[in-house]
Write a protein that binds this ligand. Structure first.
Ligand code: PEP
Ligand code: MN
Length: 451
């Protein structure tokens, strides 16, 4: 992976976005500092390598072909002060436990991708925020400004891009350490799921799936087969590719293939607010070879989806493009069928994944942003129903979750209510499923997948 030298053809390609409108970028008061920071990033080592990105693209090609599921999950916004072995470990455990259940229910490999090691920048619907009569710039993620509600903290600081690189690198080191040489054996992960079920009010409902997994494990043992593919679990990292002053300088050239790669994460996605066809984000991501996601909200037309495919996946390469659909529980049946039908009819080979979080955010009476577990489950169910009716593949889920026992979303097996939001609301941005709500989601999705 080679750094790009100014005035080479590769350098020019990576920077074609620079003259285009770029939504949701911070306005830095000090351009000289930004310039120094981007130069430093341009010479920093890559965080991920081309071979890893290509392998993830192969795995996502299986999702696009209907032979695998994607499980993508993690915080809405990671924060610098929560990079710790414990938080990374509990998030990985949660994703592994969900993946074991979904693998069994779908009888398919599950591709595991964290919203992790780079999820530090947030698009916002409002540029400012007012509290007790004081109006300040909105928080845009730790990569841009501080969460504290003070004028000082909210000033965008380019130095934070270097901290983002460092925090991503530290997190990725933990991810690589925990997954090196295989994660926990499948039997162990299943034991953790047994512990979860034992403490769940819905334990009777979950018994059937858990017993099915018990029998499958015993069968494998009896045949002498070992669930190698699970034990050797591959895990990939992803984030929203929002800040082009971070992503572009970290682009590297693979001299063997001549291709360009964003090296800040394996998979990057373009958000609902920055997927403008004529904008800078689509332009930049059209130049790199990583697997790319695009969020599609309820106003997406089939024509827009087709044009995004033309821009981002002109070769119709399975695994290159994942549509992460976030419509809201009430809108899926109305909007999704036409999108899927027209995209499928065009011959494109995209993976379809359901983000059941971002269309279902509501305000609690207390003012907390929250989401109802039943809306989240309902959107996933509707997504699978639509694909089932069309004979297309519902490729998986993209969720905001944490391995910690926070209280940010309401409902789930323990039926959290609005008053519980006061207990442990720790998200720097959107409300996440806590550990047990995440496992509830996996078991309940498994139930309808398994029939
Ligand atoms: C997000 O994934 O946190 C996000 C902001 O999503 P969207 O672009 O779909 O609103
Ligand atoms: Mn979010």
């Amino acid at each position: 992976m080679e750094t790009l030298k100014p005035e080479t053809p590769e350098f020019e390609l990576v920077n074609t976005w620079a003259g285009l409108p770029a939504a949701q970028q911070p306005e830095y008061p000090d351009p000289a500092t930004l310039h120094r920071v981007t130069r430093e990033l341009a010479s920093a080592p890559p965080l991920v390598f081309s071979g890893e990105c290509d392998r993830l693209k192969d795995r996502l090609a299986a999702v696009a072909r209907g032979e695998a599921l994607l499980l993508q999950g993690g915080d809405c916004a990671e924060t610098f002060d929560r990079v710790s072995a414990e938080t990374v470990h509990s998030k990985l455990n949660t994703l592994m436990q969900m993946s074991a259940v979904l693998t069994y229910a779908a009888a398919m490999p599950v591709v595991k991708v964290g919203r992790i090691a780079g999820q530090y920048a947030k698009p916002r619907s409002q540029p400012t925020e007012t509290r007790d009569g004081l109006t300040l710039p909105t928080y845009r993620g730790d990569a841009v400004n501080g969460l504290a509600f003070t004028a000082e903290a909210r000033v965008p600081d380019p130095e934070r891009l270097l901290r983002m690189y460092q925090a991503s690198s530290n997190t990725l080191n933990l991810v690589r350490a925990f997954t090196a040489g295989g994660y926990a054996a499948l039997g162990q992960v299943h034991e953790w799921n047994r512990d979860f079920i034992a403490g769940s009010p819905l334990r009777e409902q979950y018994e059937a799936i858990a017993n099915g997994i018990d029998r499958a494990l015993k069968f494998m043992e009896a045949t002498g087969a070992s669930p190698r593919a699970f034990d050797d679990s591959e895990f990939y990292v992803s984030h929203e590719g929002l800040l082009l002053d971070y992503e572009a300088p970290l682009t590297r050239h693979d001299p063997d293939t001549g291709r360009l790669y964003a090296t800040s994460g394996h998979m990057l996605w373009i958000g609902e607010r920055t997927r403008d066809l004529d904008g800078a984000h689509v332009e930049y991501f059209s130049r790199v070879a990583n697997p790319i996601g695009v969020k599609l909200g309820p106003s997406t037309t089939a024509d827009t989806a087709l044009r995004l495919i033309d821009r981002l996946d002109p070769d119709r390469e399975a695994g290159r493009l994942t549509f992460v659909v976030r419509l809201g529980v009430g809108t899926v049946h109305e909007v999704l069928p036409e999108l899927v039908e027209k995209v499928t009819a065009s011959g494109a080979r995209v993976a379809w994944v359901c983000d059941p979080m971002h269309g279902n955010t509501v305000g609690a009476p207390s003012g907390h942003k929250t989401r109802h577990f039943d809306d989240i489950l309902g959107e996933v169910r509707a997504f699978f129903e639509v694909h089932g009716a069309l004979g297309t593949h519902a490729g998986g889920i993209h969720v905001e979750l944490t391995g910690d026992d926070v209280t940010e979303c309401v409902g789930g097996g323990h039926d959290l209510g609005f008053p519980d939001l006061f207990d442990r609301y720790e998200s720097a941005c959107d409300p996440r499923l806590n550990r047990s709500q995440s496992l509830d989601l996996a078991f309940l999705v498994a139930e309808f997948l398994h029939g």
